[in-house]
Design a protein around this ligand. Structure first.
Ligand code: R5P
Length: 324
């Protein structure tokens, strides 16, 4: 039960999502002042007493990424200094997740830096939706749960659709684990695309591993950013004879006018349908035909319930409920 010992807070990156989560928890987000000073500084201040409360802060660190991260850090600091008992940070989208290793000399590992800052600010637990690389869990010296919207995306994609001649496709080698999990769970065959990045934000796919001819291909990815990966994936699948291409992604970043490119691909029947979860509030502003927003707020509310102090619940149980 989400009693008054718990407080739900939605910061600027997740106002809409937090309102939806609050409805499921039968609560209202706590009033929080977010103030921007003339010099560009930010202040976050809870407007209700938080002493000894179990606080849940929801913040997607999506665009404006740096602003949203700083706002989150300041909020954690404010709650810690106001004597909150526990500070649970729910991160529907973890910005900088793709900077998780040095691929070339002198590169930073910014996702570790962000994790350090969140821990240092005073978070006691973190929950991240479809983090780009699971090893990011180890960047935090506090408990971390990484959860996935893939099952909810698949639920919407497969609604009223026959699974016959359907293939789950990973758009790159990094996504194989995710695609395999789904292919096993839904008893579907799998294909893998051989993606290369000749330079940042450019995706090239030349080979398809698996049978996609005359199949309905469901491409699952964590992020649609510039759209380069998914569009290259859709094009090669069509070239190799796929009957329909359906796209499912957890995070709809849609940078660099990506939505126009998707609109065109839908017009040309290269893409049949797109399913994106609402981890980033901005997805509600996208104007793309045949785009369906998959609401994951109930799932997040159930996870928050597990984190309440009186609960001894299990996240795996919530998963098994979501999958079927
Ligand atoms: C790559 O490893 C990720 O899983 C996504 O495929 C990628 O980040 C999407 O970016 P874009 O849409 O710019 O190709």
């Amino acid at each position: 039960m989400f009693t008054d010992k718990n407080i739900l807070v939605g910061l600027s990156g997740s106002q809409e999502l937090t309102k939806l989560i609050a409805k499921h928890l039968k609560t209202t987000p706590a009033k929080t002042l977010i103030k921007h000073f003339a010099d560009g500084e930010t202040m976050v201040k809870p407007e209700v007493p938080v002493r000894n409360k179990n606080v849940f802060i929801v913040q997607a660190t999506s665009k404006p990424v740096n602003e949203n991260i700083m706002e989150l850090l300041i909020a954690i600091d404010a709650f810690r200094r106001a004597s909150a008992k526990a500070i649970n940070v729910i991160i529907p989208y973890y910005g900088y997740a793709r900077q998780d290793r040095k691929t070339l000399g002198r590169e930073p590992i910014t996702s570790k830096l962000v994790a350090d800052l969140i821990v240092k600010a005073g978070a006691t637990r973190v929950c991240i939706v479809d983090v780009h690389a699971e090893q990011i869990q180890g960047f935090f010296e506090i408990p971390v749960d990484t959860i996935s919207a893939s099952y909810m995306l698949m639920g919407s994609i497969l609604k009223g659709k026959s699974k016959k001649n359907t293939v789950v496709v990973s758009p790159d080698y990094g996504g194989v684990k995710r695609a395999r999990r789904i292919s096993v769970e839904y008893n579907l065959p799998m294909a893998i695309l051989d993606k290369r990045r000749p330079k940042p934000n450019v995706a090239e796919i030349t080979n398809v591993l698996g049978d996609v001819k005359n199949k309905d291909c469901i491409i699952l990815d964590d992020i649609i950013d510039t759209g380069g990966t998914i569009l290259a994936a859709c094009n090669i699948l069509k070239k190799k004879g796929a009957r329909n291409v359906i796209v499912g992604a957890s995070h709809g970043v849609f940078s660099n006018a990506a939505s126009n490119k998707f609109q065109q691909a839908i017009k040309k029947k290269i893409i049949e349908h797109i399913y994106i979860s609402n981890t980033i509030d901005n997805v509600y502003n996208l104007k793309i035909k045949k785009l369906e927003i998959v609401d994951i707020s109930k799932f997040l509310a159930e996870i928050i319930q597990v984190y309440t102090l009186s609960s001894c619940g299990s996240i795996s149980k919530i998963y098994s409920k979501t999958k079927h």
